[in-house]
Ligand binder design. Structure first.
Ligand code: SAH
Length: 190
């Protein structure tokens, strides 16, 4: 069976096709941004966010090295809680998938982590951006300070989406020794 990160990729792969729009809310080293550009090109656009300039630079270098066309992505050195303001209005309601990888960037500044308040604000904003059938995928880590509270907030947010036209699911390893990441995904109903 798939691990959490592989499962998150499967969800993205199932939804996205060439020409689609997608969001990487936590660009980090750019691996998910690159993965999204491969699913959406040609013709699509990936919007990627990170609060660390080093992360945005690393993402840009990776995409350039992999030969991704500059029309295929837009990088924002900004918090994901501002994504609705940052992404041009013509794309609102047309996004096929949004992905978050919570926590800190491995090998980088471990004091810069996602936070419950910003994550929940960004989840709310993300749902308003989805097209019917679009997905919001959260890869949830609990190892950072505040990580347990953040995971709880993400779960509560997903559970509370009753009667809102969304289907929310959870995918996690039950018999792990440490605390591996798990996935919370929400689909906007057609
Ligand atoms: N835990 C994952 C990687 C998480 S990377 C793993 O192990 O692979 C999380 C990224 O989110 C970091 O690069 C961090 O800079 C970024 N981040 C933190 N707060 C943010 C915010 N409000 N908006 C956008 N990105 C943010």
């Amino acid at each position: 069976m798939l691990r959490a990160v592989a499962y998150s990729h499967q969800l993205l792969q199932e939804r996205l096709a060439p020409g689609d729009m997608a969001i990487d809310a936590t660009a980090g080293n750019g691996q998910d941004t690159l993965f999204l550009t491969r699913l959406t090109r040609p013709g699509g656009v990936v919007f990627a966010f990170d609060v660390q300039e080093t992360a945005i630079d690393a993402t840009r270098r990776l995409l350039e090295r992999e030969g991704v066309s500059p029309d295929g992505f837009q990088l924002f050195h900004a918090g994901h809680e501002t994504l609705r303001e940052m992404i041009p209005a013509r794309w609102h309601g047309l996004i096929g998938a949004v992905i978050f990888n919570l926590g800190y960037l491995p090998g980088s500044d471990k004091t810069v982590t996602t936070s419950a308040a910003n994550t929940v604000a960004a989840m709310k904003a993300s749902l308003t951006m989805l097209r019917p059938g679009g997905v919001l995928v959260m890869v949830v880590y609990t190892g950072h300070p505040g990580g347990t509270e953040e995971a709880e907030a993400v779960l509560e947010f997903a559970k509370d989406l009753t009667g809102d036209g969304f289907h929310a699911v959870e995918y996690r390893t039950l018999n792990a020794r440490s605390s591996p990441p798990f996935v919370i995904a929400m689909e906007k109903q057609r």
